[in-house]
Write a protein that binds this ligand. Structure first.
Ligand SMILES: Cc1ncc(COP(=O)(O)O)c(C=O)c1O
Length: 484
């Protein structure tokens, strides 16, 4: 099979071209094709200060419009050249993948058909596609026929749905004054934000510390639960991580589940990043026990190479989800004489895009092994980069990557530099590397220390790219150190 990350033409362009009648569409798609095919060798970013871009975009919207040609020129001269180039193998930034060209084509099909998944009458085929996708992946998770789920806009909303299911189970009267949310220090920020949205007091969002490998401290989890209960507070949900945002670390789900079961607490696994490993026989040991979670989040638009947005929420007992929204009635929707499927009863949304179709279509065309190979390869590359960094006396790593994110920092042994100076140097390194356009990386703070963060999502990134990245970083470092 040809590498689908390379070949835009056959998978995307032909399909779209069949829809194109007017000139401007053809011109835009030609432009996009050229852009995509050259992206691999182009800079990751043509950095310009945002004020300059703002100036170019300001005041363009008018009553009469400026015409197709003006739009075409803006796409050609501003949108394509100054957007982040995610197809570059030197893009190692946030957890936003290079999209599969086939998924992009299917995204176009979704847009053109514009089926809404509120009720099956509005989406006779796509409703079934979503159900097929959810049930196929639920089996991969290890859930049985009682399970359910829904496609969401991403990990944040899936995490919110877990919280709502748990709240509905433990606080049907909505009296939340004693309700406590438990989450590891390394949780994604959506856990705190969602707790606020769900009506939990901010002081009742309790963080559990993590160990040196950024895994939840199980002993502390139990100790805190006992302490909260002794104060007559009610911890009702624990968010565990299957692939933390900062380091792609996996919690010990089996041990956490023992505790949540013992104290009758809902276990939601935030597997937005690492849940895709259900597709890899070789790597799914990292998510052992995931089938015991009450609910979980898995994102298609992270490690399944889908264009945004595409997330999924799974629940062990479908009734727990359905009972959240079952009594909602809308006479303008639910008025059929024949039995219809109402996916809106499983979702926070009314209008819902048929995003399931792009992942379902890619799984249909390529099979699960295609994805598994990519994860195994990216993990191999992460280990390679980790060893390269560890062998370099200028740098130290935060931990050995379990999956595809490596955190490291400039911190030579016996340095005279203060910790503040080291933080500042690492901070500046990120900007210098990124603004050069040679690579894109991110940074994070671990135990209040700044680390550079490399996320490998592009299966075209190889050892040479990673060696070059370390060279660029070392080169940028020399410039910074000269100015200290
Ligand atoms: C572990 C984890 N959970 C949740 C999210 C939020 O996902 P989304 O951006 O799709 O809402 C992220 C995003 O980075 C994440 O890494």
């Amino acid at each position: 099979m040809p590498c689908v990350f390379h070949n835009f033409h056959c998978l995307f362009y032909d399909l779209i071209m069949n829809y194109c009648e007017c000139d401007i569409k053809n011109k835009i798609l030609n432009l996009l094709e050229d852009h995509y095919n050259e992206a691999k060798d182009k800079p990751v970013l043509n950095y310009v200060p945002k004020q300059k871009l703002q100036k170019q975009l300001r005041g363009l919207l008018t009553i009469s419009g400026s015409g197709d040609e003006a739009l075409y020129n803006i796409i050609k001269d501003i949108v394509l050249p100054y957007s982040n180039n995610l197809q570059s193998p030197m893009y190692m930034g946030h957890q936003v993948p290079p999209v599969l060209p086939l998924a992009a084509a299917l995204d176009y099909v979704i847009s053109i058909l514009n089926q809404s998944l509120v009720v099956s009458r509005m989406s006779p085929v796509m409703t079934l596609v979503e159900q097929e996708l959810i049930s196929f992946l639920a089996k991969k998770i290890g859930y049985d026929d009682q399970s359910g789920g829904t496609v969401t806009s991403g990990g944040s909303i899936s995490n919110l749905m877990g919280l709502i299911c748990a709240r509905n189970k433990y606080f049907p009267d909505n009296n939340l004054s004693d309700a406590v949310v438990l989450c590891p220090e390394e949780s994604h920020y959506s856990v705190g934000k969602n707790s606020f949205v769900a009506g939990i007091k901010s002081e009742n969002v309790v963080k559990i510390s993590c160990d040196d490998n950024f895994k939840t401290n199980i002993a502390e989890l139990e100790r805190i639960i006992i302490e909260l209960k002794s104060k007559k507070l009610k911890p009702f949900i624990m968010f565990a991580n299957a692939g933390t945002t900062s380091t792609s670390t996996f919690d010990n789900l089996i041990r956490i589940q023992e505790i949540t079961l013992k104290y009758d607490i809902w276990l939601h696994v935030d597997a937005a990043h690492g849940g895709s490993l259900i597709l890899s026989e070789e790597m799914k040991h990292l998510i052992n026990g995931i089938n015991q979670a009450d609910s979980l989040s898995v994102d298609g638009h992270k490690m399944m190479f889908m264009p945004s947005s595409m997330g999924m929420f799974f629940v062990k007992d479908e009734n727990a989800l359905k009972s959240c929204f079952d009594d909602i009635y809308a006479h303008y929707l639910y008025n059929d004489t024949e039995e219809i499927i109402k996916l809106s009863k499983y979702s926070l949304q009314c209008t819902k895009r048929a995003d399931a179709f792009k992942l379902w279509g890619c799984l249909l065309a390529y099979g699960t092994d295609f994805f598994a190979e990519k994860y195994e390869y990216l993990h191999k590359m992460a280990k390679y980069f980790y060893s390269q960094v560890n062998n370099n006396p200028l740098f130290e790593t935060a931990n050995e990557p379990e999956f595809n994110i490596i955190c490291f920092r400039y911190a030579p042994k016996n340095t005279n530099l203060t910790s503040e100076q080291l933080d500042e140097i690492n901070f500046n390194l990120r900007d210098i590397v990124n603004n050069s356009g040679q690579a894109m990386i991110t940074l994070t703070s671990l135990n209040d220390v700044i680390y550079l963060r490399v996320t490998l999502t592009n299966p075209l990134t190889d050892k040479e790219h990673l060696t070059n990245l370390l060279k660029y970083i070392s080169h940028s470092l020399r410039g910074i150190l000269l100015n200290i």
